[in-house]
Design a protein around this ligand. Structure first.
Ligand SMILES: O=C(O)C1=C[C@@H](OP(=O)(O)O)[C@@H](O)[C@H](O)C1
Ligand SMILES: C=C(OP(=O)(O)O)C(=O)O
Length: 420
């Protein structure tokens, strides 16, 4: 974490140029794990190198997997196909994917594993996953309901069917799906309720599992069946990050520019690519936006909404409160710091009162990012149109997009950096 602040200087011209977003965080962390669970060598290209994926790589190394980095976007993973007991706790920063996915994966290894993270991760719920694994006979404990999680693993599940509540996070389901291909018999996962965060992330999980040789079928909208195939090492290419793309799409429409991100919106398989259609409608974005299937894109769209022609109500976003920070609160706080009354929380919904006349004004505001990369990256968009927007702790973008500020600079955005 850096203590400084970065003030965005609104560009005089529309932003134009070519910038490729980095590799997908979600897919990189799935591929790293599955490569670590496969016997042999897997080459992962187009990968993201950022805090979240480097924590995953480091944890795998601590469990005996060789993870080499021949270049800036490749991981070369060599594994015996089993995760060994590490000599100490696995520290995963604030990487939700790494934390949840590894909690399930180590439950089928042998030994004692402690999954831990930073102060933010220690506030992010993991109890539904812990309880599901416990119901499978795993000796697992998370006294606060959040990390740290301690697992005493014996190498097998005692049962081959689990019911899990994924209302708070789809990552719990992805975690068990990926681990369950290592069970010793066919395994079934059922959702406790119809509610699930973003289903598109489950599809990403199934696609990654199949690429590494798993056989998994969706029996009904709430039930998946996984064959006990284990994983096969493979070479795997990772597409660019759709959530990262949303900032570039946002910068393009907000400034009336032309930014070539190198990937057509319909070529992404990640759920946040849905945001493209909404962003492309700017400044005529809909008055009600259901964020449930594109959750990580909501900060981007909410900041754009401040410049929309009509107010926007965001629904289906309750679990934004348990992401890297409470994103509903962070968005309302930041927008109201720019101009009081700009945003309003109504229960777990967010209303952004649009005001196109904000563009071109000077409204100095310090944006508290709450150490959340998406709050930093999305509020930078406001700074493209409003003078005086300062992003606190800009280094937090390293969680998923370490080159973000360089990318904006390459498009012609200027900054002034100072100690906060
Ligand atoms: O499976 C994944 O890769 C992710 C799932 C989503 O989280 P939840 O399932 O916790 O909502 C998303 O917000 C996160 O950035 C990545
Ligand atoms: C919610 C996010 O991350 P994670 O849950 O993987 O930490 C995110 O990247 O917006």
């Amino acid at each position: 974490m850096t203590a400084d602040k970065l003030t965005i200087l609104p560009p005089a011209r529309p932003l134009s140029g070519a910038v490729s977003p980095p590799g997908s965080k979600s897919i990189t962390n799935r591929a790293l794990l599955l490569a670590g669970l496969a016997k042999g060598e897997s080459r992962l290209t187009g990968a993201l190198k950022s805090d979240d994926t480097l924590y995953m790589a480091e944890a795998l190394r601590a469990m005996g997997v060789a993870v080499e980095e021949p270049d800036a976007t490749t991981f070369l993973v060599r594994s015996a196909g089993v995760l060994k007991e590490p000599s100490g706790p696995l520290f995963l920063g604030n990487a939700g994917t790494a934390t949840r996915f590894l909690t399930a994966a180590v439950s089928l290894a042998k030994g004692r594993f402690v999954i831990d993270g930073d102060a933010h991760m220690r506030k992010r719920p993991i109890l539904p996953l812990v309880e599901a694994l416990r119901s499978l006979g795993v000796a697992i404990d998370a006294p606060t309901g959040c990390p740290p999680v301690t697992v005493e693993a014996t190498g097998a599940f005692a049962k081959h069917r689990v019911v899990i509540d994924a209302g708070l996070s789809s990552q719990y389901v992805s975690a068990i799906l990926m681990a369950s291909a290592l069970a010793d018999a066919p395994f079934e996962i059922e959702l406790a309720g119809a509610e699930i965060g973003a289903r598109g992330y489950i599809d990403l999980t199934l696609a990654a599992m199949r690429a590494f040789g798993a056989r998994v079928e969706q029996v009904s909208p709430a039930i998946w069946r996984v064959a006990p195939t284990g994983y096969t090492a493979t070479n795997f290419h990772i597409e660019p990050d759709a959530s990262a793309a949303t900032y570039l799409w946002g910068a393009e429409v907000l400034t009336g520019g032309a930014i070539d991100i190198g990937t057509p919106a319909d070529a992404f398989t990640q759920p946040d690519a849905r945001a493209h259609a909404v962003i492309a409608a700017f400044p005529h974005m809909p008055e009600v936006i259901d964020g449930s299937q594109m959750q990580d894109a909501i900060p981007t769209i909410a900041v754009l909404a401040a410049f929309n022609e009509k107010p926007v109500r965001f629904t289906g976003i309750a679990n934004l409160r348990v992401k890297e920070c409470d994103r509903i609160r962070a968005l309302s706080t930041g927008l109201n710091a720019i101009r009081p009354g700009l945003a309003e929380e109504e229960g777990d919904e967010l209303i952004v009162h649009a005001d196109p006349s904000l563009a071109g004004q000077r409204l100095p505001a310090e944006i508290d990012t709450f150490a959340d990369h998406r709050i930093a990256m999305s509020f930078a968009l406001a700074g493209l149109k409003i003078g005086g927007i300062a992003i606190l702790d800009p280094g937090c973008v390293a969680k998923t997009y370490p080159a973000y500020w360089d990318a904006l600079a390459s498009l012609g955005v200027g900054f002034s950096r100072e100690a906060a």
